[in-house]
Each structure stands twice: as C-alpha cells, then as structure tokens.
Design a protein around this ligand. Structure first.
Ligand SMILES: Nc1nc2c(c(=O)[nH]1)N[C@H]1C(S)=C(S)[C@@H](COP(=O)(O)O)O[C@H]1N2
Ligand SMILES: [Mo]
Length: 414
C-alpha cells in the first residue's frame, strides 16, 4: 500500500514533523519521594505472598508495605531471568545491527554513550505479576537513560522489505520442546529423548530473544539503555545495555542486548510464541473457542500498597500504572467506590507520554476494629476501568499473564 510505504519511509528517514517533534520524556530534578506520605505506623496485610518457588529466576520482589519512594532503587528492583545471568566485560561489548540493513552497525558502549542521551521514567512490570500467589511484587519504577533506538536503526539504513526487529540477549539456556512432528532429528546441538507419554522431546540451547514490528521498534520512546537512575545498569538488570520499550510489559525489555536483527517475517521464538502467550476460552457465535495472544503492551492496573496509622486515623497508599491515569477509586469491604487522591508529578501533564506509576492516597478515617478488605481500581484518561475479577477479559483467561484485574488485600485493624 502506497500510503503506508510513504509513512514507513518517513518514519525510517526521520523526515516527518511528527518524528522531529518527539523527544523522550525528561524528568527534571531529583527523584520525588513519597510526598506527604511519610511516617505513620504500617499495618501489614494479612494476605502475605506465598514462598517463592523459583528464587534463582525471580528475586528482589517489591514488598508493598515497604514502598516509600517513587523511583525504585536499582538494588531493590525486581529481577526476572530465564537463563543464567551472563557476564559481559564493558571492553568487549558490541551491539550488532544486522540482517536486512544496508549499513550493518557494530557499536561499542562508548559509541552508544557518545550519541545524544535520552531519559524516560518508566514503570516496568512483569506480565506474570499478580498471576501467582508468590508473585505480587514484580514491578518497579526507574529513570532509564540511553541512546535512541530509532536513530540507530536509521543509521543502519533498514531495507524496504524489513518488517520486524529481533532483539537478541546474550543469555541462553537449555529448553525442552515437545517434538510434535515426530520427525525432528535434534539438529547440530539438540538432543531428542522420549517424553514419557509416548512422544519425543527435543532439548536445545536457546538464546533469549524477543521481537516487535519495525513500526513499534521505531517509536521515539525506545532506548538502548545503559543507565538506571543515573548509574550504569547492574549485571542483573542487563549490563551493559538493554532495550527499554516504555509502555511494554517486562518481557519486551531485552537485557544484555547484543544483537538487533531486521527480518521480513514474524519471529516465533520462545518469548514471542511459546511463553508469554495468553490463552482465553471464549464463546464465539455459541461455540467455545480458544484464543492465543502474545503479551505486548502494559494494561491498566492499580494496587493498594499499604495501610498506615497516624494516631487513630488510617490511610491507604497505593499505585496505578499501565495507562495514563485519570482516577483511582477504593472500595472498603463491600461498600461503595470512593475517590482516592492522586499524587501528580510535574512531568505527568504530558499525559500521552506518561509511563511511570501514579501514587494515590485514600483517607480511611477511623475504621472499625477487625478484618477488612481493600480493593482499588484505576480509570484511565479514555474512561477505561481496570477490570473486575468477573470481567470476561480476566474471567476467561486461563494463563497467569496479564493479570490486571482489580486487587483486593486483607487487613485487620487492631
Ligand atoms: N535477555 C533477557 N532479557 C530479559 C529477560 C531475560 O530473561 N533475558 N527477562 C524479561 C522479563 S520476563 C522481565 S519481567 C524483565 C525484567 O527486567 P528486570 O529484571 O530488570 O526487572 O526483563 C526481561 N528481559
Ligand atoms: Mo516478565
């Protein structure tokens, strides 16, 4: 389609006014703490998360009762890894831009740092967060610094037939795939073994990779990120370079990024096509059908963080994220929804470029002693409401990904 080709070329050459006018959001000054929310006695939730069954792959989870700063310190920021954390020496680091490009690139860390530095404050959430009883703290907010991905892609001179961009991490590990075809030979490195159910398993070493469309990759928000809260990335967060794709669930934010490959077909690696796929059982025209969708953009969500007591008065603090937030409402027990007060950061007026969580506060007054439930729901600037548990988008979902339904916590007032 001609119109699409023109806009695509405009995007790639950076010629359009829309592209020229866009810069990644800059946050001025130091990190706003938790303004006006200091002190008080924290009343811990009664429903504490279950023990973590995978402490090597998932750690540093946010403890909601301890939330006390708008930016999450890097050392406290949750980590999700699927393979062992690779060690990359800064001197050896190269980012290759390959595949369907006219000018392949090989960029050192120094070369990336020499490019104009961009910043974005973005709340990164794992799409599995709040999908499992142990996993309720897979979220953090940081100020990410780096170079524009779009400008590097333009420099590589992407060929017209390229449609998709694969981001390869340096980490890799063994994965076992069921050999449904029954004809796989195992390849050069893979091993085929009986799966115990009359079939065969193929075990291969797979490298972490995630793709997005070229159009999504060209978003001016995306960073080849080498800094977190003004410091070099920690090894567990992707040192020396990771992709930061603001507005996308964690899995798209590829750590230890060493290769960017332009291709002309959909990429079907583990993290696009096998893991991080949401299954729903839906009714279409009276028939039960299963739908399978890839985890992509963040979804509207909020959570109560903690209940605090000042003398006899109680308040509830929380966070909302995943979309530009207009309102947050709180429900105590089965009472009516009542408005919470939002904290607004100065940067947040440019609402379409809002990628950081909003903190909110609810004055509870002097609740009756005993057990209570606290539920929050966020409403975005388009009027969308964070779904209730019985909303079909949540109720029909059988996988734990994208669990953005309303969260209810339990607390006992002493
Ligand atoms: N190379 C690589 N990148 C990765 C992952 C990984 O295992 N390997 N995990 C992804 C997932 S699922 C999440 S939620 C985020 C977590 O980023 P963090 O560990 O810095 O919080 O990294 C993403 N990027
Ligand atoms: Mo994740």
């Amino acid at each position: 389609m001609a119109a699409r080709d023109v806009s695509r070329r405009t995007l790639l050459k950076g010629g359009g006014a829309a592209v020229a006018g866009l810069t990644v959001l800059r946050v001025a000054g130091p990190a706003p703490a938790f303004p006006g929310h200091g002190g008080g006695e924290v009343i811990p939730w009664e429903d504490q998360p279950a023990a973590n069954p995978v402490p090597n792959n998932v750690f540093n989870l946010l403890v909601w009762e301890e939330l006390d700063s708008w930016l999450t310190p890097a050392h406290d920021f949750f980590v999700v890894t699927h393979y062992p954390i690779p060690t990359i020496a800064e001197a050896d680091y190269q980012l290759d831009v390959t595949g369907l490009v006219a000018s392949p690139q090989s960029l050192s860390l120094a070369a990336l740092k020499a490019r104009p530095r961009r910043e974005v404050t973005f709340t990164l959430e794992c799409s599995g967060n709040t999908g499992y009883p142990f996993f309720i703290g897979g979220i953090g907010n940081a100020r990410w610094g780096g170079a524009s991905l779009a400008s590097v892609l333009r420099q590589a001179d992407v060929l017209d037939q390229a449609t998709e961009v694969v981001f390869w991490g340096e980490d890799r590990g063994e994965v076992t795939i069921r050999d449904n075809s029954g004809v796989l030979r195992g390849g050069r490195t893979g091993t085929v073994t009986p799966d115990g159910a009359g079939g065969l398993d193929l075990t291969i070493t797979e490298q972490f990779a995630r793709s997005m469309s070229l159009e999504d990759a060209m978003s001016p928000d995306n960073l080849l990120c080498y800094e977190m809260n003004g410091e070099p990335l920690l090894p567990e967060h992707g040192f020396p370079v990771r992709l930061i794709a603001p507005g996308w669930y964690g899995v798209a934010n590829v750590k230890w990024l060493t290769r960017i490959e332009l291709i002309d077909h959909p990429f079907r690696g583990r993290f696009n096509a096998r893991d991080y796929v949401t299954f729903r059982e839906e009714m279409h025209d009276g028939e039960t059908v299963w739908t399978f969708t890839m985890v992509t953009h963040d979804r509207l969500k909020s959570a109560p963080a903690k209940v605090t007591r000042h003398g006899r008065r109680y308040s509830i603090l929380g966070a909302a994220w995943g979309a530009p937030i207009a309102r947050v409402e709180v429900r105590i027990d089965n009472g009516p929804w009542r408005a919470a007060r939002l904290d607004r950061q100065p940067s947040r007026r440019k609402r379409s470029r809002e990628f950081a969580w909003t903190f909110w506060k609810f004055d509870w007054g002097t609740p009756a002693r005993g057990p209570h439930t606290v539920t929050s729901r966020a409403i975005d600037v388009d009027g969308n409401v964070q779904p209730a548990p019985e909303d079909p988008v949540i109720a029909n979902k059988v996988t734990f990904w994208e669990s953005n339904g309303q969260i209810t916590r339990r607390v006992r007032i002493p």
